[in-house]
Design a protein around this ligand. Structure first.
Ligand code: ADP
Ligand code: MG
Ligand code: MG
Length: 252
């Protein structure tokens, strides 16, 4: 079953004619893991931000259908409630809001959209606890303000915790491997794998094969100048690592 279908998507920096996405096509089905790789500046982050409705960009053409509905008709919040999740390359800090409250609010907003009853503080803690341990995160983490003073690794783990809490259908993970040491990378990757179901999917953006050793991709796409220029399987990422982008284009 198709979760996301993007066709001919073009987008500019809002209020300008600087085109960044130049005809993106991508279909993601339930149960799949897609990896997007590509040189810096090829538009990978822009693509994921456009999907979640980031105000810095304006869609100028093409379509995106998520779970049978027009994604671009929805506000960013509605996209999240519909089951689309994105981890940011640089997660924001939310001063004055405890991580626990933030997670519970996000969880309940998504539950309300699914017609499920709200979870009270105690129930929510019961729901959260196993997810925390799966990520090797200390409960003291929950009393701190969202991302305030978190180390790079803690921010990434926290994002995966948010993902776990939201039980998203499609998780877009933009460079979740950046700034992680080997142990943290393994924890984060294991947690992502633990969340996989036959009914959900993952879109990972990464520069490194290393992440794909832990989270096995069904498809690997190479992006260049706002388009997907090559699609393959896990082998494509290995070829990329061995020979770089130049070797890859020469061989195509
Ligand atoms: P990637 O994630 O593949 O490294 P990005 O999507 O971050 O690439 O950026 C793609 C290109 O678009 C880059 O040249 C970048 O400088 C430009 N760009 C992205 N966002 C903006 C913006 N808000 N304003 C101006 N240029 C932008
Ligand atoms: Mg970049
Ligand atoms: Mg990027």
């Amino acid at each position: 079953k198709v979760l996301l279908k993007v066709e001919g998507l073009t987008a500019v920096v809002a209020g300008t004619d600087t085109e960044i996405l130049r005809g993106m096509n991508l279909t993601i089905r339930e149960g799949e893991v897609h990896a997007i790789m590509g040189k810096n500046g090829s538009g990978k982050s822009t693509f994921s931000k456009v999907l979640v409705g980031h105000p810095d960009y304006e869609v100028t053409g093409g379509t995106a259908v998520f779970k049978g509905e027009d994604l671009f008709e929805k506000e960013p919040e509605e996209r999240s409630h519909a089951g689309l999740f994105m981890s940011f390359q640089s997660p924001v800090e939310v001063p004055g809001v405890s991580n626990m409250d933030f997670l519970r609010m996000s969880c309940n907003a998504r539950r309300a959209a699914q017609g499920l009853p709200e979870l009270g503080p105690l129930e929510f803690y019961g729901f959260l606890s196993p997810k925390l341990s799966a990520l090797n995160m200390s409960p003291t983490f929950l009393d701190r303000n969202v991302n305030e003073g978190f180390s790079g690794g803690e921010k990434k783990r926290n994002e995966i915790l948010q993902l776990a809490v939201l039980e998203a259908d499609l998780a877009i993970l933009d460079e979740i491997d950046s700034g992680l040491d080997v142990d943290a990378l393994r924890d984060v990757a294991n947690a992502v794998n633990g969340l996989r179901k036959s009914t959900n999917a993952v879109l990972m953006i990464t520069h490194y094969q290393r992440l794909l050793d832990y989270i096995k991709p069904t498809f690997v796409h190479i992006m260049e100048k706002g388009q997907i220029v090559k699609t393959g399987d896990a082998l494509l990422a290995k070829q990329l690592e061995a020979g770089g982008y130049e070797a890859l284009s020469a061989g195509s």
